[in-house]
Design a protein around this ligand. Structure first.
Ligand SMILES: *Cc1c(COP(=O)(O)O)cnc(C)c1O
Length: 419
């Protein structure tokens, strides 16, 4: 008799995005006359085409595969040297962070990496996640058996939740009881907040003191424009001995469908065994890649390296600028409705307070019903997300302008009703 991983059974049933899809489908079925007007600002998927530098490199790489001389088979499990060098130089050494080429591990994306990392961490670690949170950090730990049961009203028994609220500027306080694994995401999905140097310095000091590890998700790093904000945890002294960083090309290069990301695994990072021995994680991670993966395809690695060329850099800058302009338009529209917004600068997400008296799902339903705009209810990201909704700036300019127009019509309608 074979058994199932029963930790999966603890996952709370109502996952956010299926519930959004269900409500949108129901609305469309009941309101066929306006169904075609629906604009999706819910899921954080990109909309704009690939930078041409990446597309050209991919085409050329496919041609390589069609000739006997330039054909390539299995790639090295953690990436070709020239790609790892482009990444380490382009994202870290050029910013003054000491990261070696062989500390870069290329993968098919950050979501898989954030899940795979738990394979080399022990069981029974005490997990700290922010509230609200990118659901992947919580759910992968539930699946791995690091939590208790789902709690009524959201969250899981056994996790330490770090509240992110307007009162703390969405920069959480240190935990009051010790934790082993700390998930930080900056710029943040969903709040759009960016952790500053002071906050990251405090986290690094905490992790070093408690021998904990920080899992730092910088998937939205390319949206940072404020020159004072750190782009990488390794800009903080001492982070090499307590932090793993995840990066993704999904948002910066429009790679959500192409699939590429990477982990930075510093050689200074040691974990402790049950008998107190100190074990380097770099060797374990290398072993994990060699055993469980055959790496990233040649066309995708070539496309990735092309993002670091001068043309690639100019194009990714233009692409992220485009989404940031969308975010500013959306945030302005919400502010002129009299709502308070957060994020939107240095981030493609607008995190907005719901109109007074409305919960997240009420505000979601109202925007769907009256403006046919799909958002993401903050409550789906955790208890502290209640009272907020997230609006994604990943959309065409035409759609963003249409959303702005509809929000102003909605405001006018409500204020004329009120007077
Ligand atoms: C989009 C996103 C990622 C990227 O995931 P990929 O698997 O690389 O597409 C990672 N972390 C967060 C918080 C995200 O929102």
């Amino acid at each position: 008799m074979f058994r199932v991983n029963e930790h999966f059974l603890k996952l709370s049933a109502g996952y956010l995005f299926p519930e959004i899809a269900r409500r949108v489908a129901l609305f469309a079925a009941e309101n066929p006359s306006v169904a075609s007007r629906i604009i999706r600002c819910g899921i954080g998927d990109v909309t704009e085409p690939l930078p041409s530098a990446a597309a050209d490199a991919m085409r050329k790489a496919i041609d390589d595969l069609t000739t006997r001389e330039r054909f390539r088979g299995y790639p090295p499990p953690s990436g070709y040297d020239f790609v790892r060098a482009a990444v380490a130089e382009g994202d870290f050494r050029s910013r003054g962070c000491s990261v070696a080429d062989d500390e870069i591990f290329l993968s098919d994306g950050s979501k898989p990496d954030a899940s795979a990392i738990l394979e080399i961490l022990g069981s029974g670690n005490r997990i700290a996640i922010t509230d609200p949170v990118y659901p992947v950090y919580a759910d992968t730990n539930v699946m791995a058996g690091n939590s208790g049961v789902a709690l009524e009203g959201g969250g899981y028994e056994g996790f330490t939740y770090l509240a992110c609220t307007p009162a703390n500027g969405f920069s959480p306080a240190l935990p009051t009881s010790p934790v082993d694994v700390i998930y930080l995401c900056s710029p943040n999905n969903p709040t759009g907040a960016v952790l500053d140097r002071t906050a990251l310095t405090r986290w690094v000091a905490y992790a070093r003191e408690h021998k904990s590890v920080i899992l730092f998700d910088a998937a939205y790093e390319a949206f940072i424009r404020d020159p004072d904000l750190p782009h990488s945890i390794y800009e903080i002294e001492g982070a090499r001995s307590c932090a793993i960083e995840f990066r993704s090309f999904s948002k910066v290069g429009g790679f959500t469908g192409v699939r590429c990301g990477y982990t930075v695994m510093p050689k200074d990072l040691y974990a402790t065994t049950s008998t107190g021995a100190r074990i380097g994680l770099h060797a374990l991670w290398m072993r994990r890649w060699a055993t469980c993966s055959n790496g990233v395809s040649w066309p995708v690695q070539c496309a990735t390296a092309a993002l670091y060329s001068p043309a690639g850099r100019a194009q990714t800058r233009a692409l992220t600028d485009f989404y940031l302009d969308n975010a500013a338009l959306l945030a302005d529209a919400c502010e002129s409705m009299g709502l308070t917004t957060y994020g939107a600068k240095n981030s493609p997400y607008v995190w907005m307070t719901c109109p007074t008296g409305l919960g997240s799902w009420d505000a979601f339903d109202l925007l769907l019903r009256e403006a046919q705009v799909v958002t993401t209810p903050g409550a789906g990201f955790g208890r502290c997300g209640e009272g907020f909704i997230r609006i994604s700036a990943f959309n065409s300019r035409a759609n963003v302008e249409e959303v702005v127009k509809r929000l102003s019509v909605l405001t006018a309608r409500h204020s004329s009703r009120a007077s």
